[in-house]
Design a protein around this ligand. Structure first.
Ligand code: WT7
Length: 637
C-alpha cells in the first residue's frame, strides 16, 4: 500500500500508488489532448460491441454523437462480459438498514439470471424497446436489477428518487409518458418503514401508467389494485432465465434522469447507450482505480446521477464488487458507516461533503482504523478546506488520496478530478480535467480568464462521450441552457470556477438559481412555482443561504394575497407535497413586499446577502428600496 508525499500544500502519490494505478503517468494528458476523439475511441474498444462504430465523433452544433453506427448493450457489458472470469464473484452486496437483518450478496451469475428473468417479466407486461419505465425504488437490489433489465431490452428507464413526493413522481411520469412503474411496498429509513407504495399510488394518478410492479421489501400493508398491480417476485418466478439483449444503436436513449435547472420545471436529461457506457466504464476504472480485489462503496442514492454511474453501471462494467446500503449512514448510531466499511473491507469510499461535514461535527475523532481504505472521494458540491482536512486525516488516515470529483447530471460521469496515480491532491481543488476532456474558464465576453481569476466553466468539443444528448421533448431548452451562453459549440456548465497557476481547477459554485441542499440539486424556481401555485400566495422568492453542514439551505419569503391567511405550516405542506422533505426550508418569512427592480424583477441576490452579511450594493436601482429594511428587521427578529 502506497504513501502520499507532501510538497507544500500538495500531496502526490508515491511509487506504490503509481504501480497500482491504471493511469500513472502525466503523459496521458498530452496524448489525449492531441486527439481526444482517437483517445476515447481507443478506450471504447475495451467494451463489447455487437458492431463496431464507423464514426467516432460527429458534430452538428449544438448536437453531437459518439460512436455512430456502433451497436452495444450496457447490460451485456455489465453481465455477460463478466461471466467468463467472474461468474461467482460477488457483484453486489446489499446492506439492509435494520441491524438484525442479514446482508444479501449477489454474484455476477445470480445477477445475470435475475436481470434476465426480470426482462422476460417486463416483456410479458408489454414493455418494448423505446418504452419508458418509471423506477420509484430505494436502495435495494431490485433497483439495480430493474435498471439493467430495462437497458437489456432497450426500454428507457427513469429513476425517481424515493424521497421525492408523489407529486414530483407524477410530473416526471407525465413528462415521459411512462407505461410501467416499478416500486416497492416500503423501505427502512432511520428505523421507520416508509410506505412507498402509497406515494406511488398517488403519483401515478393522471399518468399513462397501466401496470405497477411492486417489490416486497418491508412487508408493510399496502393497497393492492387488482389487474394493475403485481408483485415483482411472483412475476419473475415463472420466467425463463435468458433473454437475448437488444442490439442498441450507440445513440439510442438509455435513460432519462430529471434534474433541476433555473426554471420551474425539472428537465429530463437524456443519456445514450454508447457514449454513457464508455464514460461510466472508463471513469470508474481510471479514477477509482478499480481492480478485482476492490470493494467499492458509493453512498449516493440511485435516484441521482451519481447513483446511476457509480452505484450501478460503473462498478458493474468493471466487474467490481460494490456495496448498496439501504439506509442512513448515521443510523442507528454515528459509527454505522465505519462499521459498513470494516464489515466488507471497503477499499474505495465515495461520498458527499454534506455527509463529511456532518460526521466531522458529530464524530470528531474516528476511532475505527478503516485500514482497508485506499481511496476516498467526494462529489456534489464544493468541499471546504476544514472538511477536506478532516476527511483526509480521520477517514483516510493521511494515507488515502482525496478525490474531489466534479461533474453534473448532464455529464454522465466525472469530468474533473486529480487521478490517484498522478495527483496532485490539493485541498478544495477538484484538479485537472480528465484525459480527453477539454475545459476552459471564460469571462462574460467569452475571453479566457487568467490564473486565479473566476469565470464560467465551459467544456469544449469534442466534449466527452457521456454528456447529455438532449432534454426530453425540449430541444429549445437544451440549446438555450447549455449552448446559449457562448454559441452552439461551447457547453456552458453554469458553474463558476478558477484555475491555479498549475492548471488545477477549483469550483466556486453555481452561476444560476440551482442550490445544493445536502448534496441534493434543487431549483429555487421550482420551489417558487410550487408555493406560487397556492391561491393564498401573491408571490414569493426562494434563496439558498449557506449552511454549516448541508452546504446550502432554502429560505422562503412569501407575500400573501390581500385578506388571505396562511401559516408557516401551510407553506411547508406545499413544499413537502410538491417536492419532498429534502426541500424543507430553514425559515419562512411572511413579508409585505419583495425587493424588485423597476422592471419588476425580484432581486433574490439582495435577499441572500441579508444572510451572508455581504455588502448589499447599490439599492437605488430598486423600485422599492424600503422593503429591504423591513425584511432586514424581520430576519433579525
Ligand atoms: C452540480 C451538479 C454529478 C455528481 C452529483 C451532482 C456541483 C458537483 C462538485 C465538486 C464542487 C460540485 C456543481 C455541478 N458539483 N461536484 N466536486 N465540487 N461542486 O450532480 O446534482 O447534477 O449537480 O453540482 O455545481 O454543476 P448534480
Amino acid at each position: 500500500m502506497g504513501k502520499l508525499i507532501k510538497r507544500g500544500n500538495l500531496y502526490f502519490p508515491d511509487k506504490e500508488f503509481k504501480k497500482r494505478a491504471w493511469i500513472n503517468n502525466n503523459s496521458i494528458y498530452k496524448e489525449a489532448s492531441k486527439n481526444p476523439i482517437k483517445f476515447w475511441g481507443k478506450l471504447a474498444k475495451e467494451l463489447y460491441w455487437f458492431k463496431k462504430w464507423n464514426k467516432t465523433f460527429a458534430h452538428k452544433p449544438p448536437y453531437f454523437q459518439w460512436f455512430q453506427g456502433g451497436k452495444i448493450n450496457i447490460s451485456y457489458n455489465c453481465l455477460e462480459r463478466n461471466l467468463e472470469k467472474r461468474r461467482n464473484k460477488v457483484a453486489l452486496i446489499f446492506e439492509p438498514e435494520p441491524l438484525g437483518e442479514r446482508e444479501i450478496k449477489l454474484t455476477y451469475y445470480e445477477l445475470y439470471r435475475k436481470v434476465n428473468k426480470t426482462v422476460n417479466a417486463l416483456k410479458k407486461l408489454g414493455v418494448k424497446k423505446g418504452d419508458r419505465v418509471g423506477i420509484y425504488l430505494p436502495m435495494i437490489p431490485e433497483t439495480i436489477i430493474s435498471m439493467l433489465a430495462c437497458a437489456r431490452i432497450g426500454a428507457i428507464h427513469s429513476v425517481v428518487f424515493s424521497a421525492f413526493s408523489s407529486n414530483a413522481l407524477k410530473i416526471r411520469m407525465q413528462e415521459i409518458d411512462a407505461k410501467v412503474l416499478i416500486t416497492c411496498d416500503g423501505y427502512y429509513r432511520r428505523g421507520k418503514i416508509i410506505n412507498l407504495k402509497d406515494g406511488a399510488d398517488k403519483g401515478i394518478k393522471e399518468t399513462k401508467i397501466k401496470k405497477v410492479v411492486v417489490v416486497r421489501r418491508a412487508s408493510n400493508k399496502i393497497k393492492f389494485v387488482k389487474g394493475r398491480d403485481c408483485f415483482f417476485d411472483d412475476l419473475i418466478k415463472e420466467q425463463s432465465d435468458y433473454c437475448k439483449p437488444e442490439q442498441m444503436n450507440s445513440e439510442d436513449k438509455l435513460f432519462i434522469l430529471f434534474t433541476s435547472g433555473s426554471t420551474g420545471k425539472p428537465k429530463g436529461i437524456i443519456h445514450t447507450c454508447g457514449g454513457y457506457s464508455v464514460q461510466a466504464y472508463w471513469t470508474a476504472k481510471g479514477i477509482f482505480d478499480l481492480f478485482d480485489d476492490d470493494i467499492f462503496w458509493s453512498t449516493a442514492d440511485v435516484g441521482w446521477i451519481t447513483g446511476h454511474t457509480y452505484s450501478c453501471y460503473g462498478p458493474l462494467l468493471n466487474g467490481t464488487t460494490f456495496v448498496l446500503y439501504e439506509g442512513a449512514p448515521d443510523y442507528p448510531s454515528l459509527d454505522r458507516w465505519c462499521h459498513i466499511i470494516e464489515k466488507y473491507g471497503v477499499t474505495t469510499f465515495y461520498t458527499a461533503p454534506t455527509a463529511i461535514r456532518m460526521f466531522e461535527k458529530e464524530v470528531g475523532k474516528v476511532k475505527e482504523n478503516l485500514k482497508t481504505l485506499q481511496l476516498i472521494a467526494s462529489v456534489g458540491e464544493p468541499i471546504n478546506e476544514e472538511a477536506w482536512k478532516w476527511f483526509f486525516a480521520q477517514v483516510g488516515k493521511e494515507k488515502c488520496p482525496v478525490l474531489d470529483t466534479w461533474w453534473q447530471t448532464e455529464t454522465g460521469g466525472i469530468l474533473i478530478t486529480s487521478l490517484p496515480g498522478v495527483g496532485p491532491f490539493k485541498p478544495t481543488f477538484a484538479g485537472m480535467p480528465f484525459p480527453g476532456v477539454q475545459t476552459d474558464i471564460l469571462d462574460n465576453k467569452g475571453n479566457k480568464v487568467k490564473a486565479n481569476q473566476k469565470g464560467n466553466l465551459v467544456i469544449l468539443p469534442p466534449f466527452s462521450p457521456g454528456i447529455l444528448r438532449g432534454i426530453y421533448k425540449n430541444p429549445k431548452k437544451y440549446k438555450k441552457t447549455y449552448f446559449g451562453e457562448y454559441g452552439d459549440k461551447v457547453y456552458f456548465t453554469e458553474d463558476i470556477a478558477y484555475k491555479d497557476k498549475k492548471g488545477l481547477v477549483r469550483i466556486v459554485g453555481r452561476a444560476d438559481d440551482v442550490i445544493k441542499v445536502a448534496g441534493h440539486r434543487l431549483s429555487t424556481g421550482e420551489l417558487e412555482n410550487i408555493i406560487d401555485s397556492n391561491n393564498k400566495v401573491a408571490e414569493c422568492a426562494v434563496v439558498g443561504i449557506p449552511h454549516k453542514i448541508k452546504g446550502e439551505t432554502p429560505v422562503v419569503f412569501v407575500v400573501l394575497n390581500p385578506k388571505k391567511k396562511a401559516t408557516e405550516k401551510d407553506i411547508l405542506k406545499l413544499i413537502t407535497e410538491g417536492i419532498g422533505k429534502i426541500a424543507k426550508p430553514q425559515k419562512i418569512f411572511f413579508v409585505k413586499d419583495l425587493p424588485k427592480t423597476r422592471s419588476g424583477k425580484i432581486m433574490r441576490r439582495i435577499l441572500r446577502k441579508l444572510f451572508t452579511g455581504e455588502d448589499l450594493g447599490d439599492l437605488s436601482t430598486l423600485a422599492n428600496p424600503q422593503t429591504v429594511d423591513e425584511i432586514k428587521k424581520k430576519i433579525k427578529k
